[in-house]
Design a protein around this ligand. Sequence first.
Ligand code: ATP
Ligand code: MN
Length: 454
Amino acid sequence: MQYKKIKDILNGQLTGNIITCAGWVRTRRDSKAGFSFIELNDGSCLKNLQIITDSQTEYNKNSIKDITTGSAVWVTGMCEKSPGQGQACEIKAQKIFLLGSAGSDYPLQKKNHTLEFLREITHLRTRTNTFSSIARIRNLLAFEIHQYFQNKGFLYLQTPIITASDCEGAGAMFRVSSLPFGSDYSVQNDFFGQEAFLTVSGQLEAETWACALGQVYTFGPAFRAENSNTPRHLAEFWMLEPEMAFYELEDNMNLAEDLVKTLCRAVLAGAPDEIAFFTERYDKTLFESLNKISMPFCRISYTEAINILEKADENFEFKPGWGTELHTEHEKYLTAHTAGPVIVFDFPASVKPFYMRCSEDGKTVRAMDVLLPRIGEIIGGSQREERLEILLARMQECGINTEHYRWYTDLRRYGTVPHSGFGLGFERLVQFITGMQNIRDVIPFPRHPGRAGF
Ligand code: ATP
Ligand code: MN
């Protein structure tokens, strides 16, 4: 069936034509004079299209009384310039075809349900302004990410979701097995004949491609069984991981900064109505903070960051000191202190994984974290250790079986090159761009401790 998207109707170019549109009814209001006004939404944009009926309007076997909130209709009628405020045009309905009715038990009858309630109806919440806006922004960002890297000549790589490397201590892992629960379980009899897990990161595999193809990126799901019920962690989330041969830490930071800026700019340009909506509804500072992203990111070493935190007149839950990890409260303090995004670099080796490049000082590694206001860490990355002997020593120090990672160390045995990369949490980016407080509201079907529904 041919029909027009509401987005294209509302931009006014179809005015004067008889058109067909389709969507879900948000509200219906009947006037005493025998007209009805239907607010129709099809998910193509934030705005609703107004449909006006009169005594001439034909229905399939139904009547206007059956066109209730939540029902699905297609409508044919004349697209006319609207006399009303706030809309370019409206449809004078000639025919309304009720595709699917919705009874009075439709859960989205009234406006402004709480986000907590909407999480219980994840399958229907996408019909609200908030969640359809998030859907469009996720889509736009995913498209822009591919465009950004494709324009730079990066190759898109799909890394495995099932992996045998227990990786880097990035977080607890989910085990993959095809055997039933029971005491007679043995790894030898299991599907892969060895322990297998859901991946926490595609980085190590991406390095193999970078060390053959130059610059690559992965963009896919990652899984972490960390039992953290926080508004910034999911058990299943999407991660963007570029990996670049011939890039040193400085190049890595430049790329990360330019990427975040480009993506924010793209959303401001491509989804202005949505950003205005989120600013009005969820975070009054949103528009301003997205605009401010064009300023240079402040870059400070970990040592400088700790100095700032130690001097801070603040009651931190975790006392900052050289050699400790940066917690969310510290990250938020640093971005507030510098009034914008911050890149922290050169972390102590003791708080970072084995593959990061050791510095001359013997204490720090060439790591970098990008911190954003309101969110904290959005990107973690590093220059990788490309020197075989130093890498092997670090692996031993971290208690990693070097035989297990022969394939990874081979990259240093044969034609090693300096290289770098980072991981960007896609949902954290969507949180920053929408101002949504809880990460469970920016992914279509959230998975977190105690929950894997839908
Ligand atoms: P955090 O300290 O915030 O738990 P991390 O340092 O463990 O994160 P990395 O291993 O550096 O995370 O992963 C790269 C990026 O992936 C992070 O900067 C973050 O944006 C995102 N990320 C990590 N863990 C999660 C998670 N559980 N849910 C959503 N995003 C995550
Ligand atoms: Mn990190």
